[in-house]
Design a protein around this ligand. Sequence first.
Ligand code: SF4
Ligand code: SF4
Length: 483
Amino acid sequence: MPQPNELGATTTSAGDSADQKPAAPGGLSAEKSDTATPVLGSAGLASPEPAGGVPANCKVFDAHHPPQEELINDCVHCGFCLPTCPTYLLWREEMDSPRGRIYLMKMGLEGDVERMDKTYVQHFDQCLGCMACVSACPSGVQYDRLIESTRAQIERHYPRSVADRLFRWLIFSLFPHPARLRAALLPMWIYRRSGLRWLLRKSGLLRLLPKQLQAMESLLPEVSLRSMFSSLPMRVKPQGTPRLKVGLILGCVQRVMFSDVNLATARVLAAEGCEVVIPPGQDCCGALGMHAGREKEALQMARKMIRVFEREQVDVIAVNAAGCGSNLKDYGVLLAGLEARAPRHPVPLRVAYQDSCHLQHAMGVRNEPRKLLSGIPKLELQEIAESAICCGSAGIYNLVQPDTAAELGERKARNIIATKAEVVVSGNPGCLLQLQASLGKLGHRIPTMHTIQLLDASISGTPAAGKANGRRRQNQQRPVSKG
Ligand code: SF4
Ligand code: SF4
């Protein structure tokens, strides 16, 4: 739950009028600044040198890409974004809305915030980065750029507690590094398979762990050893006349926890006539770090990823994890769709489609996955109520803000259960983990799967439900044809 609003923010309702400004924290007055600097963001790979400058009286931001004043001023305080913001929906606190957060950035920039302390930072920490506000904003406010630069400033200037720093260190030492993640998952596999997990849950001992570790434990997927250590060939042959050379990004979490999603992606692309190239040496694309404000390491990872793919002369790059996709799009990698060619077999299932925030809000991709699913004969597509609202996964959010994430996860799970779906599909590994955990907590074992797995099942004519997470799997490691 949010802390009491020590900044003195008022509670307002959604759709407040344009001339109603958010309450100034602490009753401080804001003076206008005349300094504006470009924001680097993840798109700033093309601009390696920081462009910067902050007003002399700014006490919380340095000159390296502060939130940009002209982007802040695009906000006309209309409040249209408020009903789509998950944290505003939960707490009705202005400072936990997009408009309030933008106002806090303005205050920080203009010297009206004395210190980067918990009172100030918590409102940015509580933002999921779901970008629902970006899709809702009629003025085109680039909140994604603003929160990215603010988070990088927080990362540099806010002294987090030792426990928080340790936990974040653990996350960023593991998740963006597939080999380390694999090594860490091995004891977790034993923990799950040996019955120790069941015992600890049953005895209530798990509740003695810090909440963030409890959240991490609850998200552990049921991943098999074979899946964990599977690998893909460097090239996969197209079926029929070749039409495109596609580079496949494996994703760091995806390749370890959902390797069958990568296999399915390669098979579907090959069935559609694509030569699939999977360059070795791929690490994380930098998305996790960039969304958490760890600019330096994220840019290093992004540069490495570009080098790896530059060696291959591919026509397009395919990515099947929405969080990675939105980051990659920012650094200019081309994503493309294909008109379907491979015949589809019927999949007689009632399927609920969960929009990943990075797909629907950050990239504006809503219709394409629905079109793909609707093209599968006998599939009954169900819409989930409040589809614009985040499930609480949001990168590392469900690890660092477990209470809010659990609340949003439960809300999403109830909406899914109401659809009476037999399978839930989504285009992001983080969402799949969050949905499994949230449905499980409510005692529902609705299987989850990636959109591409369902498509793969339809093209290959194999049973779809058997591939889903949360069910005993069949044909899990069907091979792909090497090139
Ligand atoms: S990114 Fe999501 S949580 Fe953050 S302000 Fe926008 S809508 Fe709210
Ligand atoms: S961010 Fe956009 S929608 Fe939200 S208050 Fe500002 S202008 Fe209005």
